[in-house]
Design a protein around this ligand. Sequence first.
Ligand code: PLP
Length: 420
Amino acid sequence: MSAPRRNRDPNAAKPLGPIPEGFEAINGELAIGGRRASDLVAEAGDTPLFVYSRAMLDARMARLRAAMPARLAIHYAVKANPHPQVIAHMAGLVDGFDLASGGELAILQGVGIDGAHISFAGPGKRPREIRAAIEAGVTLNCESETEAARALEIGAELGITPGIAIRVNPDFDMRGSGMKMGGGAKQFGLDAERVPALIAQLIDGGADWRGLHIYTGSQTLEADAVIETQGQVLDLAARIAREVGRPCPALNLGGGFGIPYFAGNEPLDIEAVGAALAKRFADLPEELADTAMAIELGRYLVGEAGVYLAQIVDRKESHGEIFLITDGGLHHQLAASGNFGTVVRRNYPLAIASKYGSQVTEIANVVGCLCTPLDRLADKAELPRAEVGDLVAVFCAGAYGATASPMHFLGQGPAGEMLV
Ligand SMILES: *Cc1c(COP(=O)(O)O)cnc(C)c1O
């Protein structure tokens, strides 16, 4: 990762993040899935609008499959983008779904996904969510002794043996990850040293032990960090299984594959990750020899396939700076505004969609329509001159956009969403 640029000149341009591969210009306009942004907006009838590209989802999965060992199942972490059409499309691409709430389970059921292909993690699962999951045949990734006991109790009430995997809080986290979810005191999972005793207890109690879930972090771009962590996860899983005295039926190795959001970010080398994993799989200890292996990815699968389109409603000047004011904003794009887990605000990839590929002629701030200075989509971006009516595209909007932003803030409501 490159160091943030330090500019002495307060009026100097700030770099935009890298636009993902796969977008083109048609008649000087951004095209998504072969269709011009203005046509997509006309079809949707309004802006702001999220557009997700099937072709880009397909291309991403094809490359990932080619890079990963055939033995590795690829699961989609639904919270990244739970739009039903996206899920229905992903159902034809991935081997399973990981979800984190009863609400997400209801969406998957609405799309007709079989519970046999679903696992459910998340601290604080409510009894009715556990009940719905057990009824649907979903694997529960239990996060505590209390939750495991609750699952057994609900299973007994229903007369169904619950499938239970244990989410482990490992003693390590993913180096270089944007959001750490393992290592030290955490609300996720059960501390590693307490896991074997709980599994032994579950097996004695007649539960169907489905294996382990070890998630260590998100948004890593460093292959070496992923490789190192996956190695540690395999070692830990083998150690736990050895203590339990049984082979591990299934292991969810976590995910954490990142995408480049900011200037200087380089894409994750998934070919290197896949090669290292294949090597490890070729030399597994007895406890893991027949284990069903999976990774769970959210943003890596869907993030780059989405674009957020907003329309410019005003163009103003203030103290020598230009402000392009859009009808969108942080209520749909909290992460791009810099208010979702970032310390220093940096620009996401962004373009004037209606002048895509046009020459850069000015430095402008692109902002949203909310009454808060936090509502920024790009600071001091080098852009072609844009006018009222032009469309702005924010890229990397396929994950943690529509449902991870406070859409009801200031009474704004949701953006449109479209799969093309
Ligand atoms: C959020 C989350 C994911 C998905 O994270 P991405 O960074 O989008 O890949 C996967 N697994 C678990 C347990 C999560 O909490």
